[in-house]
Design a protein around this ligand. Structure first.
Ligand code: MF3
Ligand code: CO
Ligand code: CO
Length: 246
């Protein structure tokens, strides 16, 4: 969506703040021995008590309130009986609908004790996001924004998952434009004032294809390598973007 009014901005910010608080609740509960279903339950109780609904459930009948992806699972993992163990790389992805507005954010959390390589991957995803944020303003092309993500990921010696992108968001979960995490020459669009997008680098240590699991949802690395993900919903402006899910 493109923000058209003060109430649009207020509505999106309310949804965004709730996404941030929900992610904080979940991440505070991550420890060895907890199941991904228990984490999802924490999110569902917390967000529903505030009047929100799961956007993946609303839009796609996704079989969870949130998406939780572990290790080689990149995104769209289904919460379930899987028990988290020390060293796991856990991607928590929360997309909420609140009073008609939708915000989307994800973080990578490490189950202690974490390996150094996992910490580096987690840090790279965060820094690729932050670094691209600095070029996200009205007038920037989507190819340049993707290039900013890619440059930072390459600097760390890691790889962008090219098959997966960010997206417009705000009134529906996946709106146009598609927001690539690499300098995709096909991405000819330009960021415009008030545009709301989910900027979300997904990265792996080495290049790999993406495969869909038999559950029909989970996307994983074909080579079995772990993935990291960092996502926020942002509003484009003339200067620094507004991060509504922080
Ligand atoms: N939150 C995911 C994203 O960042 C979307 C999940 S929708 C699902 O785009 F149904 F695929 F899970
Ligand atoms: Co998301
Ligand atoms: Co998203």
């Amino acid at each position: 969506m493109t923000i058209q009014s003060v109430s649009d901005l207020a509505g999106l910010q309310r949804a965004g703040r709730l996404v941030a608080r929900t992610l904080a609740e979940m991440r505070g509960a991550v420890r060895p021995g907890i199941t991904t279903a228990a984490l999802d339950d924490i999110a569902a109780r917390f967000a529903r008590a505030e009047g929100a609904r799961s956007a993946p459930q609303l839009a796609y009948d996704f079989p969870g309130f949130t998406c939780i992806s572990v290790n080689d699972e990149i995104v769209h993992g289904i919460p379930g009986p899987r028990v988290l163990r020390g060293g796991d790389v856990v991607k928590l992805d929360v997309t909420l609908e609140l009073h008609g507005y939708i915000a989307d954010a994800a973080v990578t959390v490490l189950v202690p004790p974490a390996e150094r390589s996992a910490r580096e991957l987690q840090r790279c995803a965060r820094q690729a996001f932050t670094s691209a944020l600095r070029s996200a303003r009205a007038g920037t092309t989507l190819a340049d924004l993707g290039g900013a993500v890619e440059r930072e990921v390459q600097r760390h010696g890691f790889t962008v998952v090219r098959e997966l992108s960010g997206h417009g968001v705000g009134r529906r979960i996946h709106e146009s434009p598609s927001v690539p995490n690499w300098r995709d020459p096909a991405a000819r669009g330009v960021l415009t004032p008030g545009l709301v997008i989910a900027l979300e680098p997904m990265i792996t240590p080495r290049p790999t294809r993406v495969t869909e699991s038999r559950d029909g949802w989970t996307l994983r690395t074909q080579n079995g390598a772990p993935a990291a993900h960092h996502e926020h919903t942002i509003v484009i402006g003339a200067g620094a973007p507004l991060v509504v899910t922080m």
